[in-house]
Design a protein around this ligand. Structure first.
Ligand SMILES: [Zn+2]
Length: 177
């Protein structure tokens, strides 16, 4: 048995506690910005899924996927269709793949819910309430969107703001600094 005077053990402990700290930081980051799905909202999404496509005039072509994923299409981007499940999980279905993948980016979750609420107003309920003292987002002046138009053409006058994910505020830690 090598005599390491406890140095390796110490180093291992250090590494472990550092890993724990990092995980804790990741869990704590933007906790007040997490979407919340009330029972009422879950029921509303279930109802839209049950009656699809009747209550989904904006996205009517995904009957097979709605049944298979048990999720409601709420947006798209290029070749990706985004769905929300009644429990609040958001899925990205990349054509032509068979299986959707979970959307883990908090920024993208917030943007999809905010824009999805244009066609499904109840999704506004899922967006986080602004805590007392949460600073306004300086990148967009609290508007939630920025002018991203390029002098060369392209871009958008209402591009979702990176630091706040269209909320107009953040909890002191921008989603994208
Ligand atoms: Zn912003």
């Amino acid at each position: 048995m090598p005599a390491d005077n406890g140095l390796l053990t110490h180093a291992r402990q250090k590494l472990r506690s550092f890993g724990g700290y990092t995980a804790w930081k990741c869990r704590m980051k933007n906790t007040s910005m997490q979407p919340q799905f009330s029972q009422e909202l879950r029921s509303a999404i279930e109802e839209r899924i049950r009656r699809y496509p009747a209550l989904s005039e904006a996205y009517t072509d995904f009957g097979e996927e709605v049944r298979k994923f048990n999720a409601l299409p709420i947006g798209f981007d290029m070749d990706t269709i985004f769905f929300v499940k009644p429990n609040g999980e958001i899925l990205a279905w990349d054509l032509p793949s068979d299986e959707p993948r979970p959307v883990t980016s908090l920024w993208l979750q917030l943007v999809l819910l905010r824009l999805g609420a244009i066609h499904f107003p109840e999704l506004i309920e899922a967006l986080p309430r602004r805590p007392d003292g949460a600073p306004s987002c300086s990148a967009c002046g609290g508007r939630g969107f920025v002018d991203n138009r390029s002098p060369m053409g392209g871009g958008s006058a209402d591009w979702p703001c990176w630091p706040c994910g269209t909320m107009g505020w953040h909890d002191g830690e921008p989603l994208y600094p």
